[in-house]
Write a protein that binds this ligand. Structure first.
Ligand SMILES: *[C@@H]1O[C@H](CO)[C@@H](O)[C@H](O)[C@H]1NC(C)=O
Ligand SMILES: *[C@@H]1O[C@H](CO)[C@@H](O)[C@H](O)[C@H]1NC(C)=O
Ligand SMILES: [Zn+2]
Length: 430
């Protein structure tokens, strides 16, 4: 009997998503500036999914033991809220189940060229396999590059796509990056779709004739692997840095606060925080890899898009709220991209909003987007892709509904294309 209980306890401890049992997702409607501040400065163990503004609900995941406390606090402050889901573990299990169902009905894959299917989110091994296959099948246009190793020693891989092996320096370079934040799974299809349309299924030749491309699908390989691992954590955001503070229970650095631009101004110095900036600027190999790409092509990268989720936003610097000198060109490019996406978006999603990250959302420093601007990229953006929210669906936020994967890749590609063409049309003007 004792042995049985032991086994039960063990299997309980290791069951998937168990640590999220009882975590509730709150949607909070703030109507006063002081409440915006209150909400946006919530920190560990609260996990802000979406910052609040006066026109946009905030979203926060609240651990079981804090749910009652938080409700009382909101009530006492007179802040309106809705509990979107009382136990996020149910939604995590639903996501697993939807992907398992898709896998069972999977169509046969073509074998004569590298293809991807849009029925699930590829894990790190699968992405790396795909990159390698594409590079092998199209050696004239594709080069697989290793940008270094992550904290845990995983490869950081990207593709260079070019009809002239990057030798024609009159061509602008476009740099697309996804999964700097590990849990933002819906962004991966955007990279993979771009690769497919630039290399495998080319239908718009100007995009490959007139530009060189750098596509980095998994900017945070350790964190990403951890979101897939059975003993990992689906909502992991940071990298997997350990030993910053000896004996500290929390680990990981928010890579999107670790770049050497206004370092530490609008980010956290607490290791447990989801926005922990790390011990120093560029302390992390993952951010150094991105820095090196930007520096290697100094002066040639015209468009850099760091793709995140979620929120239907196209954002630009500076993260402190100051505006860059070419802000009108940046804003015009943002509008062009937003319109292109909105033309094909799902009805249930709102139009993209375009603006300065700090003004539209909340100040943040040390981001890849800002570092892009500082590294002479004239048009540097963050996309926040929408979350799937079909009628009656509880799968949204960082969770991915399989029915949205292809759409996310396709619509985001429309935005990227519009950005690329904007570059060639207005390059002489900014
Ligand atoms: C190739 O791209 C076109 C245009 O985006 C699309 O309609 C078509 O379905 C794609 N074909 C394959 C095999 O993916
Ligand atoms: C990734 O996918 C491969 C092949 O589908 C599988 O063998 C492997 O276990 C997966 N890795 C993780 C961490 O889930
Ligand atoms: Zn993000």
């Amino acid at each position: 009997m004792r042995w049985l209980i032991c086994t039960l306890l063990l299997s309980y401890a290791f069951a998937k998503h168990e640590e999220y049992d009882g975590h509730a997702l709150f949607s909070v409607k703030v109507q006063k500036a002081e409440h915006v501040d209150y909400f946006n400065t919530l920190d560990y163990p609260f996990d802000i999914w979406q910052y609040a503004t006066l026109t946009r609900n905030g979203m926060v995941l609240v651990p079981k033991d804090y749910v009652q406390l938080f409700q009382n606090d909101l009530n006492s402050k007179g802040i309106e809220f809705v509990i979107e889901t009382e136990n996020i573990k149910n939604e995590l299990e639903l996501e697993d189940q939807l992907f398992a169902e898709k896998a069972r009905s999977k169509s046969v894959r073509s074998v004569d060229r590298p293809t991807i299917t849009w029925d699930r989110i590829y894990n790190l091994t699968e992405v790396n396999d795909y990159l390698q296959k594409v590079a092998e099948a199209y050696p004239d246009v594709v080069t697989l590059v290793n940008a270094g190793k992550s904290v845990e020693g995983r490869d950081i891989n990207y593709l260079k796509i070019s009809t002239s092996n990057f030798q024609d320096t009159s061509k602008p370079i476009i740099f697309i990056e996804t999964l700097l934040h590990a849990r933002e799974w819906v962004t991966l299809p955007a990279s993979l779709h771009a690769i497919d349309k630039l290399v495998v299924n080319v239908t718009e030749q100007d995009l490959i004739d007139n530009y060189d491309w750098i596509i980095l699908p998994v900017a945070n390989p350790d964190g990403y692997e951890f979101t897939h691992a059975a003993d990992g954590n689906r909502f992991w955001r940071k990298n997997r840095r350990t030993g910053v503070f000896p004996g500290d229970v929390c680990l990981g650095v928010d890579l999107n606060r670790n770049f050497d631009i206004d370092f530490g101004q609008h980010s956290s110095n607490l290791a447990c925080s989801e926005t922990y900036h790390g011990p120093s600027a560029f302390s992390e190999p993952e951010t150094r890899a991105i820095r090196n790409i930007l520096n290697e092509h100094d002066g040639r990268i015209e468009l850099f898009i760091d793709i995140h989720s979620f929120g239907n936003l196209i954002l630009y610097g500076w993260g402190t709220g100051q505006l860059p000198s070419n802000v009108f060109a940046i804003h015009a490019g943002g509008l062009r991209m937003a319109e292109a996406i909105d033309a094909v978006k799902m009805d249930y999603n709102n139009n993209y909003r375009v603006g300065n990250a700090a003004l539209v959302l909340y100040p943040a420093s040390g981001s890849a987007m800002d570092y892009g601007l500082a590294a002479n990229v004239p048009l540097s953006y963050v996309y926040e892709l929408p979350a799937y929210r079909g009628a009656g669906q509880t799968i949204f936020g960082f969770l991915v509904h399989p029915d949205f994967i292809e759409q996310a890749g396709m619509e985001t590609w429309e935005g990227i294309k519009a950005g690329a063409r904007f570059v060639t049309n207005v390059r002489s003007r900014y």
